[in-house]
Design a protein around this ligand. Structure first.
Ligand code: AMP
Ligand code: GLY
Length: 425
Protein backbone atom coordinates (compact mmCIF):
# COMPACT_ATOMS: atom_id res chain seq x y z
CA UNK A 1 0.00 0.00 0.00
CA UNK A 2 0.98 3.59 -0.58
CA UNK A 3 0.58 5.74 2.51
CA UNK A 4 0.68 9.52 2.98
CA UNK A 5 1.25 10.94 6.45
CA UNK A 6 0.49 14.64 6.87
CA UNK A 7 2.51 16.72 9.33
CA UNK A 8 6.10 17.38 10.37
CA UNK A 9 6.39 16.87 14.12
CA UNK A 10 7.45 14.20 16.58
CA UNK A 11 3.96 12.74 16.52
CA UNK A 12 4.17 12.25 12.76
CA UNK A 13 7.63 10.72 12.99
CA UNK A 14 6.24 8.22 15.51
CA UNK A 15 3.29 7.47 13.21
CA UNK A 16 5.53 6.98 10.18
CA UNK A 17 7.92 4.82 12.23
CA UNK A 18 5.10 2.57 13.38
CA UNK A 19 3.33 2.41 10.00
CA UNK A 20 6.64 1.52 8.34
CA UNK A 21 6.65 -1.71 10.40
CA UNK A 22 3.43 -2.90 8.75
CA UNK A 23 3.57 -5.78 6.28
CA UNK A 24 1.00 -3.95 4.18
CA UNK A 25 3.29 -1.01 3.38
CA UNK A 26 5.03 -0.54 0.05
CA UNK A 27 5.86 3.16 0.26
CA UNK A 28 5.28 6.04 2.64
CA UNK A 29 5.16 9.73 1.74
CA UNK A 30 5.11 12.57 4.24
CA UNK A 31 3.99 16.15 3.74
CA UNK A 32 6.11 17.97 4.65
CA UNK A 33 7.94 15.62 7.07
CA UNK A 34 11.35 16.28 8.63
CA UNK A 35 14.90 14.88 8.61
CA UNK A 36 13.96 11.92 10.83
CA UNK A 37 10.88 11.05 8.79
CA UNK A 38 12.99 11.28 5.62
CA UNK A 39 14.80 8.08 6.62
CA UNK A 40 11.55 6.14 6.34
CA UNK A 41 9.44 8.11 3.88
CA UNK A 42 9.72 10.36 0.86
CA UNK A 43 9.17 13.91 2.09
CA UNK A 44 7.13 16.26 -0.07
CA UNK A 45 7.28 20.01 -0.31
CA UNK A 46 3.60 20.38 0.50
CA UNK A 47 2.39 22.16 3.62
CA UNK A 48 0.20 20.22 6.05
CA UNK A 49 -2.77 22.54 5.51
CA UNK A 50 -2.55 22.87 1.73
CA UNK A 51 -5.58 20.67 1.18
CA UNK A 52 -5.73 21.12 -2.59
CA UNK A 53 -2.10 20.21 -3.17
CA UNK A 54 -2.48 17.20 -0.86
CA UNK A 55 -5.60 16.09 -2.69
CA UNK A 56 -3.91 16.45 -6.09
CA UNK A 57 -0.95 14.44 -4.86
CA UNK A 58 -3.07 11.66 -3.37
CA UNK A 59 -5.12 11.33 -6.55
CA UNK A 60 -2.12 11.43 -8.86
CA UNK A 61 -0.01 9.02 -6.80
CA UNK A 62 -2.89 6.66 -6.04
CA UNK A 63 -2.46 6.85 -2.28
CA UNK A 64 -4.29 4.02 -0.49
CA UNK A 65 -4.49 5.71 2.90
CA UNK A 66 -3.78 9.25 4.09
CA UNK A 67 -3.15 9.75 7.81
CA UNK A 68 -3.66 13.26 9.17
CA UNK A 69 -1.39 14.23 12.09
CA UNK A 70 -2.30 17.82 13.06
CA UNK A 71 -5.69 19.41 13.74
CA UNK A 72 -5.63 22.29 11.23
CA UNK A 73 -6.33 20.28 8.05
CA UNK A 74 -9.01 18.29 9.89
CA UNK A 75 -10.71 21.48 11.02
CA UNK A 76 -10.61 22.76 7.45
CA UNK A 77 -12.34 19.67 6.12
CA UNK A 78 -9.56 17.64 4.48
CA UNK A 79 -11.46 14.43 5.27
CA UNK A 80 -14.60 15.74 3.56
CA UNK A 81 -12.58 16.71 0.47
CA UNK A 82 -10.75 13.39 0.21
CA UNK A 83 -13.98 11.46 0.76
CA UNK A 84 -15.60 13.26 -2.18
CA UNK A 85 -12.99 11.64 -4.38
CA UNK A 86 -13.34 8.28 -2.61
CA UNK A 87 -9.82 8.56 -1.22
CA UNK A 88 -9.36 6.71 2.05
CA UNK A 89 -8.27 9.02 4.87
CA UNK A 90 -7.84 8.52 8.61
CA UNK A 91 -9.37 11.27 10.74
CA UNK A 92 -12.73 12.83 11.54
CA UNK A 93 -14.71 14.96 9.10
CA UNK A 94 -14.99 18.71 9.61
CA UNK A 95 -18.27 18.54 11.55
CA UNK A 96 -16.78 16.03 14.01
CA UNK A 97 -13.48 17.94 14.21
CA UNK A 98 -15.42 20.82 15.79
CA UNK A 99 -14.92 18.97 19.04
CA UNK A 100 -11.44 20.51 18.91
CA UNK A 101 -11.87 23.46 16.56
CA UNK A 102 -14.68 25.04 18.58
CA UNK A 103 -14.47 25.00 22.35
CA UNK A 104 -17.99 26.44 22.47
CA UNK A 105 -19.30 23.49 20.46
CA UNK A 106 -17.41 21.00 22.65
CA UNK A 107 -18.58 22.54 25.93
CA UNK A 108 -22.20 22.81 24.82
CA UNK A 109 -22.18 19.20 23.64
CA UNK A 110 -20.69 18.11 26.96
CA UNK A 111 -23.35 20.03 28.88
CA UNK A 112 -26.13 18.58 26.75
CA UNK A 113 -25.01 14.99 27.14
CA UNK A 114 -23.93 15.15 30.74
CA UNK A 115 -20.19 14.72 30.20
CA UNK A 116 -18.39 15.94 33.34
CA UNK A 117 -16.43 19.13 32.70
CA UNK A 118 -15.71 22.48 34.39
CA UNK A 119 -18.73 24.79 34.84
CA UNK A 120 -18.62 27.45 32.17
CA UNK A 121 -20.17 30.36 30.34
CA UNK A 122 -20.01 31.22 26.62
CA UNK A 123 -19.67 34.85 25.56
CA UNK A 124 -19.57 36.89 22.38
CA UNK A 125 -19.41 40.23 24.20
CA UNK A 126 -16.24 41.06 26.21
CA UNK A 127 -18.17 43.03 28.83
CA UNK A 128 -20.43 40.08 29.55
CA UNK A 129 -17.43 37.78 29.85
CA UNK A 130 -15.86 40.21 32.32
CA UNK A 131 -19.07 40.39 34.38
CA UNK A 132 -19.13 36.58 34.56
CA UNK A 133 -15.50 36.57 35.71
CA UNK A 134 -16.43 39.03 38.46
CA UNK A 135 -19.24 36.70 39.49
CA UNK A 136 -17.28 33.41 39.61
CA UNK A 137 -14.03 34.99 40.85
CA UNK A 138 -10.46 33.78 40.40
CA UNK A 139 -8.76 31.53 39.62
CA UNK A 140 -10.61 30.90 36.39
CA UNK A 141 -9.79 29.92 32.82
CA UNK A 142 -10.42 31.93 29.64
CA UNK A 143 -10.42 30.02 26.36
CA UNK A 144 -10.60 31.31 22.80
CA UNK A 145 -13.30 29.41 20.93
CA UNK A 146 -11.26 28.50 17.85
CA UNK A 147 -7.86 26.96 17.15
CA UNK A 148 -4.88 28.92 18.45
CA UNK A 149 -1.92 26.58 18.00
CA UNK A 150 -2.31 25.32 21.56
CA UNK A 151 -2.04 28.82 23.03
CA UNK A 152 -5.72 29.75 23.32
CA UNK A 153 -6.18 28.70 26.95
CA UNK A 154 -5.30 31.25 29.63
CA UNK A 155 -5.38 29.98 33.19
CA UNK A 156 -5.79 33.16 35.26
CA UNK A 157 -4.87 33.44 38.92
CA UNK A 158 -6.55 36.80 39.47
CA UNK A 159 -9.65 38.58 38.22
CA UNK A 160 -7.42 41.20 36.58
CA UNK A 161 -5.50 38.55 34.67
CA UNK A 162 -8.73 36.96 33.47
CA UNK A 163 -10.13 40.33 32.35
CA UNK A 164 -6.86 40.98 30.52
CA UNK A 165 -7.18 37.56 28.85
CA UNK A 166 -10.66 38.49 27.61
CA UNK A 167 -9.29 41.77 26.28
CA UNK A 168 -6.39 40.10 24.45
CA UNK A 169 -8.55 37.38 22.94
CA UNK A 170 -11.76 39.30 22.13
CA UNK A 171 -10.70 42.91 21.72
CA UNK A 172 -7.08 42.75 20.54
CA UNK A 173 -7.82 39.50 18.68
CA UNK A 174 -4.39 38.00 19.34
CA UNK A 175 -5.70 34.72 17.88
CA UNK A 176 -7.66 36.39 15.09
CA UNK A 177 -11.20 35.17 14.50
CA UNK A 178 -10.64 32.30 16.92
CA UNK A 179 -11.40 34.92 19.56
CA UNK A 180 -14.87 35.97 18.37
CA UNK A 181 -16.27 33.99 21.26
CA UNK A 182 -14.74 32.85 24.52
CA UNK A 183 -15.47 30.19 27.07
CA UNK A 184 -14.88 31.24 30.67
CA UNK A 185 -14.74 28.35 33.10
CA UNK A 186 -13.98 27.38 36.66
CA UNK A 187 -10.44 26.32 37.37
CA UNK A 188 -10.22 22.60 38.10
CA UNK A 189 -7.69 21.13 40.49
CA UNK A 190 -6.07 17.73 40.31
CA UNK A 191 -3.69 15.65 38.22
CA UNK A 192 -3.95 15.53 34.45
CA UNK A 193 -4.00 12.48 32.21
CA UNK A 194 -4.55 11.84 28.52
CA UNK A 195 -6.93 9.17 27.29
CA UNK A 196 -6.72 8.39 23.59
CA UNK A 197 -9.08 6.05 21.74
CA UNK A 198 -9.70 4.90 18.20
CA UNK A 199 -13.30 4.83 17.07
CA UNK A 200 -15.31 4.17 13.93
CA UNK A 201 -18.37 5.65 15.61
CA UNK A 202 -19.61 2.20 16.70
CA UNK A 203 -16.63 0.55 18.38
CA UNK A 204 -14.04 2.09 20.66
CA UNK A 205 -10.53 0.77 21.15
CA UNK A 206 -8.47 2.35 23.90
CA UNK A 207 -4.79 3.13 23.77
CA UNK A 208 -3.02 2.97 27.14
CA UNK A 209 -3.13 6.02 29.38
CA UNK A 210 -0.37 8.61 29.25
CA UNK A 211 0.63 11.89 30.80
CA UNK A 212 2.07 14.98 29.16
CA UNK A 213 4.27 17.65 30.82
CA UNK A 214 3.02 20.99 29.55
CA UNK A 215 5.21 23.44 31.44
CA UNK A 216 8.66 24.36 30.17
CA UNK A 217 10.67 23.74 33.33
CA UNK A 218 11.14 21.14 36.04
CA UNK A 219 8.54 20.86 38.75
CA UNK A 220 5.81 22.06 36.36
CA UNK A 221 7.05 25.65 36.40
CA UNK A 222 7.50 28.16 33.61
CA UNK A 223 5.32 28.87 30.61
CA UNK A 224 3.01 26.38 28.85
CA UNK A 225 4.53 24.57 25.87
CA UNK A 226 3.32 22.11 23.27
CA UNK A 227 4.52 19.41 25.68
CA UNK A 228 8.02 18.75 27.05
CA UNK A 229 7.70 15.01 27.54
CA UNK A 230 5.33 12.17 28.24
CA UNK A 231 5.17 8.69 29.66
CA UNK A 232 2.86 5.73 29.31
CA UNK A 233 1.14 4.14 31.11
CA UNK A 234 0.09 6.72 33.70
CA UNK A 235 -0.37 4.65 36.88
CA UNK A 236 -2.64 7.33 38.31
CA UNK A 237 -5.30 6.12 35.86
CA UNK A 238 -6.27 2.91 37.64
CA UNK A 239 -8.40 0.33 35.77
CA UNK A 240 -11.43 1.54 37.76
CA UNK A 241 -10.79 5.13 36.79
CA UNK A 242 -10.20 4.16 33.16
CA UNK A 243 -13.62 2.45 33.10
CA UNK A 244 -15.25 5.53 34.63
CA UNK A 245 -13.62 7.78 32.00
CA UNK A 246 -14.83 5.51 29.22
CA UNK A 247 -18.37 5.35 30.51
CA UNK A 248 -18.90 8.94 31.61
CA UNK A 249 -16.80 10.72 29.02
CA UNK A 250 -15.84 8.80 25.89
CA UNK A 251 -19.06 6.85 25.32
CA UNK A 252 -21.29 9.76 26.28
CA UNK A 253 -19.61 12.24 23.94
CA UNK A 254 -19.58 9.79 21.03
CA UNK A 255 -23.21 8.97 21.68
CA UNK A 256 -23.97 12.70 21.80
CA UNK A 257 -22.30 13.19 18.42
CA UNK A 258 -24.34 10.35 16.92
CA UNK A 259 -27.53 11.96 18.27
CA UNK A 260 -26.49 15.18 16.55
CA UNK A 261 -26.16 13.18 13.33
CA UNK A 262 -22.35 13.36 13.35
CA UNK A 263 -20.26 10.30 12.53
CA UNK A 264 -16.88 10.28 14.25
CA UNK A 265 -14.14 8.17 12.71
CA UNK A 266 -10.52 8.45 13.73
CA UNK A 267 -8.70 9.12 16.95
CA UNK A 268 -10.24 10.96 19.88
CA UNK A 269 -8.12 12.44 22.64
CA UNK A 270 -9.58 13.48 25.97
CA UNK A 271 -7.47 15.69 28.22
CA UNK A 272 -8.75 14.85 31.69
CA UNK A 273 -8.39 16.47 35.11
CA UNK A 274 -8.69 13.89 37.87
CA UNK A 275 -10.52 15.98 40.47
CA UNK A 276 -11.86 15.07 43.90
CA UNK A 277 -15.30 14.87 42.28
CA UNK A 278 -14.10 12.44 39.64
CA UNK A 279 -12.60 12.82 36.16
CA UNK A 280 -13.57 15.94 34.21
CA UNK A 281 -12.78 16.93 30.63
CA UNK A 282 -10.33 19.80 30.08
CA UNK A 283 -10.42 19.49 26.31
CA UNK A 284 -11.02 17.16 23.43
CA UNK A 285 -8.57 16.82 20.56
CA UNK A 286 -9.47 15.08 17.32
CA UNK A 287 -5.97 13.75 16.62
CA UNK A 288 -3.15 11.92 18.35
CA UNK A 289 -1.47 13.80 21.22
CA UNK A 290 2.01 15.19 20.83
CA UNK A 291 4.20 14.03 22.65
CA UNK A 292 1.88 11.31 24.07
CA UNK A 293 1.97 9.39 20.77
CA UNK A 294 5.75 9.11 20.96
CA UNK A 295 5.41 7.43 24.40
CA UNK A 296 2.51 5.17 23.35
CA UNK A 297 3.33 3.78 19.91
CA UNK A 298 6.64 2.08 20.88
CA UNK A 299 4.47 -0.05 23.20
CA UNK A 300 2.09 -1.13 20.42
CA UNK A 301 2.73 -4.63 19.12
CA UNK A 302 -0.24 -4.81 16.73
CA UNK A 303 -0.15 -3.48 13.18
CA UNK A 304 -1.22 0.17 13.39
CA UNK A 305 -1.93 0.43 9.69
CA UNK A 306 -4.37 -2.48 9.78
CA UNK A 307 -6.32 -0.94 12.61
CA UNK A 308 -6.35 2.49 10.97
CA UNK A 309 -7.74 0.95 7.80
CA UNK A 310 -10.41 -0.83 9.84
CA UNK A 311 -11.30 2.50 11.48
CA UNK A 312 -11.85 4.24 8.16
CA UNK A 313 -13.93 1.29 6.92
CA UNK A 314 -16.14 1.08 10.01
CA UNK A 315 -14.77 -2.38 10.80
CA UNK A 316 -13.12 -1.74 14.12
CA UNK A 317 -15.21 -4.48 15.76
CA UNK A 318 -12.75 -6.95 14.22
CA UNK A 319 -10.23 -5.77 16.79
CA UNK A 320 -11.57 -6.17 20.28
CA UNK A 321 -8.20 -5.22 21.63
CA UNK A 322 -4.75 -4.29 20.49
CA UNK A 323 -1.64 -6.04 21.65
CA UNK A 324 0.56 -3.98 23.98
CA UNK A 325 4.08 -4.32 25.31
CA UNK A 326 3.75 -4.32 29.11
CA UNK A 327 6.86 -2.21 29.52
CA UNK A 328 6.81 1.51 30.29
CA UNK A 329 7.83 4.16 27.79
CA UNK A 330 9.14 7.68 28.31
CA UNK A 331 9.66 10.50 25.81
CA UNK A 332 11.83 13.49 26.72
CA UNK A 333 11.61 16.51 24.42
CA UNK A 334 14.84 18.37 23.60
CA UNK A 335 13.97 21.97 22.79
CA UNK A 336 15.74 25.02 21.39
CA UNK A 337 17.03 27.73 23.70
CA UNK A 338 14.24 30.21 24.34
CA UNK A 339 11.36 27.88 23.48
CA UNK A 340 8.38 28.38 23.96
CA UNK A 341 9.39 31.99 23.39
CA UNK A 342 11.66 33.09 20.55
CA UNK A 343 14.44 30.78 19.50
CA UNK A 344 17.02 30.36 16.75
CA UNK A 345 17.07 27.55 14.21
CA UNK A 346 19.88 25.89 12.25
CA UNK A 347 22.01 24.54 15.13
CA UNK A 348 23.84 21.34 14.29
CA UNK A 349 22.71 18.29 16.27
CA UNK A 350 25.41 15.88 17.49
CA UNK A 351 25.22 12.39 18.96
CA UNK A 352 22.30 10.94 17.00
CA UNK A 353 24.42 8.11 15.52
CA UNK A 354 25.59 7.13 18.97
CA UNK A 355 22.03 6.89 20.26
CA UNK A 356 20.95 4.85 17.26
CA UNK A 357 23.14 2.02 18.55
CA UNK A 358 21.25 1.87 21.85
CA UNK A 359 18.63 -0.82 22.41
CA UNK A 360 15.04 0.08 23.21
CA UNK A 361 15.66 3.72 22.40
CA UNK A 362 14.34 5.67 19.44
CA UNK A 363 14.71 9.36 18.68
CA UNK A 364 11.65 10.92 17.08
CA UNK A 365 12.47 14.13 15.24
CA UNK A 366 10.07 17.00 15.92
CA UNK A 367 11.74 19.83 13.98
CA UNK A 368 14.90 18.99 12.09
CA UNK A 369 16.26 19.39 8.62
CA UNK A 370 19.15 17.88 6.76
CA UNK A 371 21.83 20.04 5.17
CA UNK A 372 24.57 18.15 3.37
CA UNK A 373 25.29 15.41 5.90
CA UNK A 374 24.41 17.47 8.95
CA UNK A 375 21.14 17.41 10.87
CA UNK A 376 20.08 20.89 12.00
CA UNK A 377 17.45 22.16 14.42
CA UNK A 378 14.43 23.61 12.65
CA UNK A 379 11.92 24.63 15.31
CA UNK A 380 11.15 24.92 19.03
CA UNK A 381 10.66 21.29 19.97
CA UNK A 382 13.50 19.55 18.15
CA UNK A 383 13.66 15.89 19.23
CA UNK A 384 11.65 13.44 21.31
CA UNK A 385 14.11 10.97 22.80
CA UNK A 386 12.12 7.87 23.69
CA UNK A 387 13.02 4.80 25.72
CA UNK A 388 11.37 1.61 26.97
CA UNK A 389 12.04 -0.10 30.30
CA UNK A 390 10.65 -2.93 32.41
CA UNK A 391 9.58 -0.34 34.93
CA UNK A 392 8.97 3.35 34.54
CA UNK A 393 12.12 3.99 36.56
CA UNK A 394 14.14 1.92 34.11
CA UNK A 395 12.56 3.64 31.12
CA UNK A 396 13.41 7.04 32.60
CA UNK A 397 17.00 6.00 33.24
CA UNK A 398 17.49 4.64 29.74
CA UNK A 399 15.89 7.66 28.10
CA UNK A 400 18.05 10.16 29.98
CA UNK A 401 21.16 8.11 29.19
CA UNK A 402 20.27 8.65 25.54
CA UNK A 403 19.46 12.35 26.02
CA UNK A 404 22.89 12.90 27.54
CA UNK A 405 24.56 11.64 24.37
CA UNK A 406 22.81 14.28 22.25
CA UNK A 407 23.62 17.95 22.10
CA UNK A 408 23.13 21.11 20.13
CA UNK A 409 23.83 24.72 21.03
CA UNK A 410 21.23 25.90 23.55
CA UNK A 411 19.47 22.52 23.93
CA UNK A 412 17.18 22.40 26.94
CA UNK A 413 15.02 19.65 28.33
CA UNK A 414 13.16 18.81 31.51
CA UNK A 415 15.01 16.53 33.87
CA UNK A 416 11.92 15.27 35.70
CA UNK A 417 9.82 13.60 32.99
CA UNK A 418 7.96 10.68 34.55
CA UNK A 419 8.96 11.43 38.13
CA UNK A 420 5.42 12.33 39.07
CA UNK A 421 4.34 8.75 38.45
CA UNK A 422 7.15 7.34 40.55
CA UNK A 423 6.09 9.68 43.34
CA UNK A 424 2.49 8.61 42.69
CA UNK A 425 1.54 12.03 41.32
P1 AMP B 1 -5.55 22.96 26.36
O1 AMP B 1 -4.76 23.85 25.44
O2 AMP B 1 -7.02 23.04 26.20
O3 AMP B 1 -4.94 21.58 26.45
O4 AMP B 1 -5.29 23.51 27.81
C1 AMP B 1 -4.00 23.69 28.24
C2 AMP B 1 -3.89 23.40 29.69
O5 AMP B 1 -4.64 24.35 30.41
C3 AMP B 1 -4.45 22.06 30.16
O6 AMP B 1 -3.57 20.99 29.94
C4 AMP B 1 -4.64 22.34 31.61
O7 AMP B 1 -3.41 22.26 32.30
C5 AMP B 1 -5.07 23.78 31.61
N1 AMP B 1 -6.54 23.92 31.74
C6 AMP B 1 -7.46 23.97 30.77
N2 AMP B 1 -8.70 24.09 31.28
C7 AMP B 1 -8.55 24.12 32.63
C8 AMP B 1 -9.45 24.20 33.74
N3 AMP B 1 -10.76 24.33 33.58
N4 AMP B 1 -8.92 24.18 34.97
C9 AMP B 1 -7.60 24.08 35.17
N5 AMP B 1 -6.70 23.99 34.19
C10 AMP B 1 -7.16 24.00 32.91
N1 GLY C 1 -0.09 16.88 24.33
C1 GLY C 1 -1.16 17.77 24.15
C2 GLY C 1 -1.71 17.82 22.80
O1 GLY C 1 -1.34 17.06 21.93
O2 GLY C 1 -2.56 18.67 22.56
Amino acid sequence: MRILVIGSGGREHALVWKIAQSKLVDKIFSAPGNAGIAKLAECLEIKADDIHALLDFARREKIDLTVVGPEAPLARGIVNEFSRYKLRIFGPAKEAARLESSKVFAKELMAKYNVPTANFGVFDEPEEAKRYIQKIGAPCVVKADGLAAGKGVIVSKTIDEARQAVKSIMEDRIFGDSGKQVVVEECLEGKEASIIVLTDSKEVICLPSSQDHKRAFDGDTGPNTGGMGAYSPAPIVTPKLFKEILEKIIYRILDGLVRQGIVYKGVLYAGIMLTEDGPKVLEFNVRFGDPETQAILPRLKSDLLEVMLATTEGKLSRYKNLNWDGRACVCVVCASQGYPGEYEKGKEIFGLDEVEKMQDVVVFHAATKKQDKRILTNGGRVLGVTGLGNTLKEAIKRTYQAVEKIHFAGMHYRKDIGYKAINKG
